[in-house]
Design a protein around this ligand. Structure first.
Ligand code: NAI
Ligand code: MG
Length: 365
């Protein structure tokens, strides 16, 4: 049997810097845990534009469709700001998301105790927090028709349409239930069934999928506005939250900030399962290419490293190895190792991107 395959797309700015640390960690798992991957590296974003004149070549797109997981760094930067819209670096990422049909966006909010002081909430409310927001990514009000701005009499009217089909709801619900089975087996679905028909359908379909296919998972429903309140009041009551594109956009950013720095936040976007039951998958840090610190060795590689941990858990069914990696990150943070973005007001000496990689590898050993 061949090894599972990974396509690495470091991209632009700090993307290659943080991805270099992930590559070392992938090698560590091959050497020390006999967990071998077939890794290939290619270009995306501005880096692809510089070479091919497009932010994602057809060849790269084709490989992305074939591999078991794609790991992406970040795209964009000031050098490319004046490019035509059709070849902007972001278009490379959008093409990947669209052609891989990545409808399920996973945004964890995980609080490392050593960083609990970074939270805007009290330490005991966030300490030990580990929740996952599953946001529907390819439908809903950002895509529904009709849309636009038109004139009615003397004034302008702006229109967007929230639209969900049963199958769109069902597939993201399945994705959430599958995740829950790999976690604490609990899903809370959020909508506004009290005021939106699409919310009524959302609630019905999630319940039906649950009853027919995932009766072992504990399911609850909540109105999304209450969900926002509960997230800042008592976030630890949740495990997996599944919600639509618009509510998910807001709730995932809100949940992310419960735990602090942008340099710490991983994400995944999943599509339909292939023949082996592995979902199409793209893993990437939430942050961008950070042009302000590019090339200075200041970037925090943890968001990208934790994105690989998600790949281990959700693409490769290596939950224990994912935990091993997360524990190594937890240990170095507990030991007080900090990149510049994690320095508190009392200062100290930050480590570089590579040094952070060094200590995480040492902690893995
Ligand atoms: P950004 O996330 O790149 O940076 C925001 C701030 O956070 C900056 O001060 C940066 O130095 C800091 N930061 C980000 N990641 C960090 C890390 N790993 N370690 C330490 N500090 C970190 O967002 P910004 O500045 O709005 O965008 C910069 C470029 O990135 C733009 O071209 C934008 O289009 C692109 N971008 C790309 C994304 C992607 O590839 N998914 C997402 C967001 C922005
Ligand atoms: Mg957002």
């Amino acid at each position: 049997m061949s090894n599972p395959s990974i396509l690495i797309l470091p991209g632009d700015g700090i993307g290659p810097e943080v991805m270099a640390q992930v590559t070392r960690i992938i090698d560590w798992f091959g050497d020390k845990r006999d967990l071998k991957f077939d890794v290939e590296t290619d270009l995306v974003g501005g880096a692809a534009y510089d070479k091919h004149g497009v932010p994602l070549s057809d060849e790269t797109m084709a490989r992305a469709m074939e591999v078991d997981a794609v790991l992406l760094g970040a795209v964009g930067g000031p050098k490319y700001d004046n490019l035509d819209f059709s070849v902007k670096p972001e278009r490379g990422l959008l093409r990947l998301r669209k052609e891989m049909d990545l409808f399920s966006n996973l945004r964890p909010a995980q609080c490392f105790d050593a960083l609990a002081d970074f939270s805007s909430l009290k330490k005991d409310i966030v300490s030990g927090l580990d929740i996952m927001i599953v946001r529907e990514l390819t439908s809903g009000v950002y895509f529904g028709e009709p849309r636009g701005i038109h004139k009615e009499g003397n004034e302008r009217v702006g229109v967007n349409t929230q639209r969900y089909t049963e199958s769109e709801i069902a597939r993201v619900a399945r994705s959430a239930f599958e995740l829950a089975r790999k976690r604490s087996n609990k899903v809370c679905s959020m909508e506004k069934a009290n005021v939106m028909e699409s919310g009524i359908l959302w609630r019905d379909v999630v319940q039906e999928i649950h009853d027919a296919e995932y009766p072992d998972v504990e399911l609850s429903h909540m109105y999304a506005d209450n969900g926002a309140m509960q997230l800042v009041r008592a976030p630890k009551q949740f495990d997996v939250i599944v919600t639509d594109n618009l509510f998910g956009d807001v709730l995932s950013d809100c949940a992310a900030m419960l735990t602090g720095s942008l340099g710490m936040l991983p994400s995944a976007s999943l599509g339909l399962p292939n023949a082996e039951g592995r979902p199409k998958a793209l893993y990437e840090p939430v942050h961008g290419s950070a042009p302000d610190i590019t090339g200075q060795g200041k970037a925090n590689p943890i968001a990208c490293i934790l994105s690989f941990a998600m790949a281990l858990r959700y693409s490769f069914d290596e939950g224990e190895e994912a935990t091993r990696l997360e524990k190594a990150v937890e240990k170095v943070l507990a030991d007080g190792v900090r990149t510049a973005d994690l320095m508190g007001p009392d200062g100290g000496t930050p480590v570089s991107t590579t040094e952070m990689g060094d200590v995480i590898l040492a902690a893995l050993d």
